[in-house]
Design a protein around this ligand. Structure first.
Ligand code: GDP
Length: 445
């Protein structure tokens, strides 16, 4: 996501390195490069103009404070302006004060609505809500069944018209679903509506009729980010035809440029509320403009990482590990294994690494990272005796041969792991004892 833009901006900032003061020419050149970067990212022209204008204006007028050098100041300005065009504050769902909260989804066919409906339901369930899904897409063959399958995957009931009930009337289905939700005490109702391959009158009218019938608390427009600037055109058409409160971007995982994400808020005036970034039901989250901006600038999405880490980490165990690290030689292979398994819970290694600052330069290696490497390490450690895990120093030649055999690896793999463990432990001990994070990228300057 945003790979091209990140690289481009990084190059722009690099050119400012070592400059003590920004001349008018420097500002012009930087503005030009940012403009090209945004255009290449498929950002809509009016948005590019506004963005570059704002950056230029601020770069000229803002006091160069003692704390920041010119490159850092430009990064700060670009970051803040990115947050602004992405929508500023995170826009959270508004829940109904009484009765079920009604969320209606609208968008083109193939935008990812049905998938999104289930992801949203799962997300709500994780926040102790009791959602119900409603199949009001009676146009596309299989849409009802697809929602039922997805609903089952996330353990959320699906309200659908009785089979054999003719074609059914989506407005009636939607209306009836609210009654059902009241009866069964569901606190959120998610209505999946029909999409067409292109924007058309009938589709818009039907969505508008459903909206009028159920008076949703939130109408969300779902759009495929991979279609780039076309997303903006469709978004405008739906805004005129149906109207909506917020946007959900899907398939962000396949969108290397980010044009839709960067343009849609400015053009429609509606906030992006959620982002969907993969085929898995958990590849979904609130859209945080500030974190997204940091990600684009490749300063790492530390907040997301910390939040995810908090969810997955056993804090007591982490505390114990930290204590052990503070004592020389206290951290064992067993701890290492436990930590690795905790990290595993966060999701794929590639994704986690991608969120760390400065990792942009390793993008190619990350994409080639073999997740099975972790399985191999795990197998090797699990073939060790408790004594060996506790005190890796005792792992001599014959033990290495036995461990290699037990884990189905080569002795050289065992050697490599043990060596790497000692290296990592040394580094972590230094960090735990206040030595600072080695290898953290500094700001350019
Ligand atoms: P609908 O016609 O709007 O209901 O769209 P679907 O939910 O059927 O999705 C269309 C296709 O996009 C399906 O093959 C989904 O698996 C896929 N899809 C949906 N969301 C995402 C996403 O965030 N990332 C990726 N890579 N694929 C997605």
């Amino acid at each position: 996501m945003f790979a091209t833009l990140s690289d481009r901006l990084a190059d722009t900032f690099k050119n400012l390195r070592g400059k003590g003061k920004l001349s008018e020419a420097d500002i012009d050149a930087t503005a030009r490069e940012i403009r090209i970067a945004l255009l290449e990212a498929d950002v809509a022209l009016p948005v590019v103009k506004e963005f570059v204008g704002a950056v230029k204006e601020r770069a000229r007028s803002e006091e160069v404070s003692g704390a920041l050098n010119p490159a850092q100041m430009i990064i700060k300005i670009v970051h803040e302006e990115l947050v602004t065009i992405l929508g500023g504050e995170t826009r959270r769902l508004r829940y109904a004060k009484s009765g079920p909260t009604v969320i209606m989804l609208a968008g083109l066919q193939g935008a990812g609505k049905t998938t999104l409906a289930a992801k949203l339901a799962l997300w709500l369930k994780d926040q102790d809500k009791t959602p119900m899904l409603v199949a009001a897409d009676l146009q596309r063959p299989n849409a009802v069944q697809q929602l039922q399958v997805n609903g089952e995957r996330v353990g959320v009931p699906v309200f659908a018209p009785e089979p054999g009930n003719g074609t059914g009337n989506p407005v009636e289905v939607a209306r009836a679903s609210i009654e059902e939700a009241r009866r069964k005490l569901h606190d959120v109702v998610i209505i999946d509506t029909a999409g067409r391959l292109g924007v058309d009158e009938t589709l818009m009218q039907q969505a508008a009729d459903i909206r009028d019938a159920v008076q949703p608390d939130e109408v969300l427009f779902v759009v495929d980010a991979m279609i780039g600037q076309d997303a903006v055109v469709t978004a405008q058409a739906f805004l005129d035809g149906v109207g909506y409160d917020g946007v959900v971007l899907t398939k962000l995982d396949g969108d290397a440029r980010g044009g839709a994400a960067l343009s849609i808020r400015s053009i429609t005036g509606k906030p992006v509320m959620f982002a969907s970034s993969g085929e898995k039901m958990t590849d979904f989250d609130l859209f945080h403009p500030d974190r997204m901006a940091s990600r684009i600038l490749d300063m790492g999405d530390m907040l997301t990482l910390i939040e995810q880490a908090e969810k997955a980490f056993d804090s007591e165990q982490s505390m114990r590990a930290a204590e052990k690290l503070a004592t020389k030689g206290g951290f064992t292979l067993e701890d290492f294994l436990q930590q690795m398994m905790q990290i595993r819970k966060l999701g794929s290694m590639t994704k986690i690494m991608g969120m760390l600052p400065g990792m942009g330069q390793f993008r190619d290696q990350l994409e080639n990272f073999d997740e099975r490497e972790i399985d191999r390490i795990q197998a090797i450690i699990q073939s060790m005796t408790p004594a060996e895990r506790d005190n890796p120093k005792i792992i001599d030649g014959s033990r290495r041969a036995r461990i290699a055999k037990g884990s189905g690896r080569q002795v050289s793999d065992v050697n490599q792991l043990v060596d790497r463990f000692f290296e990592a432990r040394k580094m972590m001990e230094q960090m735990a004892n206040g030595g600072g994070m080695p290898g953290m990228p500094g700001m350019p300057g």
